[in-house]
Write a protein that binds this ligand. Structure first.
Ligand code: FAD
Length: 480
């Protein structure tokens, strides 16, 4: 299969299978366009897209006139389409910026006016007592709040995995474990060669969605001048507790440089606190270790918002690195030189929110390169279904094949049970296939349930190298 695909010329090659690359591949797959997606990891969602807050931002606070402001607002609205099409759960629980001083109150009024001017709906200014009525665990000194009802939470890994699954199930060819190392631009009028560690993928249009590595890939293609700084954000994930539960996404009043440490009611009902914001050296960009300092900072700052926060019920800590572009704005652009090259880089926060709108924009650019292509009428949508170990409905071999395209000779367990995604000792990295979302599935409940289930199926622990997958639920042919 691989040789054939390396001999082909694709319409588009997308580099990177985070939310941006997978979203672009998914939207492209709806059209009569041939697409390759090239990813250095074995599976999608291994970059920034698994290390974030999972918040769909309301779009009132991004700089007016910026591309980011435009795409975040549009992306927030477009998420309803992705949720319907992919069956992923969006909880529109709303966000609340908490003002703890008179200066903060003046600032949130400014944010409110900015949001109204931009057409953000569902914004309201609240008094201190009104905030406490909605969120009794907030600091009793609260002086006011800005509520954004259109904000919400989502499990980012579920979103990316479902985008990727749908793209691949509808013909996008994945090149996993293929790290892009350069470009062959010798015959760009016919196709650009994307040189990888396992051969060259040729395509008429190339989309760079390589996250924190986006500036390096762009430079390899001859489009230099971008500098992306990795900015680490650390988190502590807590099981819920009446002393600190909240129902919204709670923000402090932001400063000019940071949105601050949040207290988030996650899509799976846990409480997430963080992130920090620390610029780190470029050669540290793939390092997502948490630090004692960072965790202490999170605790101190989150307790200013919700004093009852404690850590006895910590599920885990984690971190993600933001891809901070120099001027703070997203770089979503098509270039004449080299022909067909498109950047979707510098997708800092809130890029998860903007992802559908970024995908729409890139689809437009791609069609400027390869010509306008109609929507397919044979599109097969596959929706997320909750993984339930008790269900013995994981027998679909076709599904396993679709999802493990990087495996040359799948082991027999793959064929017997319908597994997806090689995971080995990294099992816990692939979260959110259960309805526990960002929460306790990580390394605890879900992993234990899964292993117990697999052992009941007669597998020894050593054989458990592939994650069990949900059976596909094919919900429709054509548009949903
Ligand atoms: C701390 C933090 C909090 C955030 N909170 C939010 C939030 O609440 N809401 C929100 O909307 N956004 C948030 N964001 C932003 C959001 O997470 C990012 O904008 C988004 O995940 C970026 O996705 P991406 O696809 O561009 O990057 P990534 O997910 O990093 O994907 C890039 C992919 O490219 C691959 N790749 C890199 N180099 C190569 C190569 N040479 N060859 C092949 N593949 C390669 C990587 O392996 C990776 O899979 C947050 C980010 C952070 C770090």
């Amino acid at each position: 299969m691989k040789m054939d695909n390396l001999d082909r010329i694709f319409d588009v090659a997308v580099i990177g299978a985070g939310v941006i690359g997978s979203g672009i591949a998914y939207e492209l797959s709806k059209r009569q366009i041939s697409v390759a997606i090239i990813e250095k990891a074995a599976v999608p969602t291994q970059g920034t897209s698994k290390g974030n807050s999972g918040v769909l931002h309301g779009g009132y606070d991004d700089p007016p006139g910026s591309l980011r402001g435009e795409l975040v607002l549009a992306g927030n609205r477009r998420y309803d389409d992705w949720a319907d099409e992919l069956g992923v759960n969006i909880v529109r629980n709303g966000s609340m910026v908490v003002a703890l001083s008179d200066t903060d109150v003046a600032y949130i009024r400014k944010l409110y006016e900015q949001g109204i001017a931009r057409g953000v709906t569902g914004l309201e200014l609240l008094s201190g007592p009104e905030v406490l009525q909605l969120e009794p665990n907030i600091n009793r000194d609260v002086k006011g709040g800005l509520r954004a009802k259109t904000a919400g939470v989502v499990c980012p890994m579920t979103v990316v995995n479902m985008l990727f699954k749908n793209a691949v199930a509808n013909g996008v060819v994945p090149f996993m474990n293929h790290e892009v190392t350069g470009f062959d631009l010798s015959d760009v009028t016919e196709a650009t060669g994307v040189v990888t560690t396992h051969g060259t993928v040729r395509a008429r249009a190339v989309v760079n969605a390589a996250g924190v590595h986006g500036d390096e890939i762009s430079k390899m293609a001859g489009v230099g001048g971008y500098r992306i700084t990795p900015r680490r954000g650390e988190y502590i994930l807590l099981e819920p507790h009446p002393d600190y539960n909240v129902s919204h996404v709670i923000f402090p009043t932001p400063t000019e440089t940071s949105q601050g440490v949040l207290v988030i009611a996650t899509a799976s009902g846990d409480i997430l606190i963080g992130p920090t914001a620390q610029d780190i050296p470029k050669d540290e960009q793939d390092n997502t270790a948490t630090t004692l300092e960072g965790l202490h900072e999170i605790l101190k700052k989150s307790r200013r918002l919700v004093p009852g926060i404690r850590t006895e019920l910590t599920i885990k800590t984690y971190a993600g690195n933001r891809a901070e572009p120099e001027n703070g704005d997203f770089i979503v652009q098509r270039y004449e030189e080299p022909t067909g090259f498109i950047n979707a880089i510098g997708i800092r926060s809130p890029g998860l929110t903007a992802a559908p709108a970024i995908a729409d924009r890139v689809v437009m650019f791609v069609q400027e390169v390869v010509g306008e292509r109609p929507l397919r009428d044979d599109y097969r949508y596959i929706r997320y279904t909750t993984f339930d170990p008790a269900l013995e409905a994981m027998e679909d071999v076709r599904w396993a094949d679709t999802l493990t395209p990087n495996l040359d000779s799948p082991p027999s367990v793959l064929l017997d049970y319908g597994w997806e995604f090689g995971v080995g000792s990294q099992l816990y990295q692939y979260t959110c296939f259960s309805n526990r979302g960002l929460g306790a599935d990580l390394g605890t409940t879900f992993q234990n349930e899964l292993i117990t289930y697999l052992q009941k199926k007669g597998l020894s622990f050593d054989e458990i190298v592939y994650r069990a997958g949900q059976p596909p639920q094919v919900v429709s042919h054509g548009a949903p």
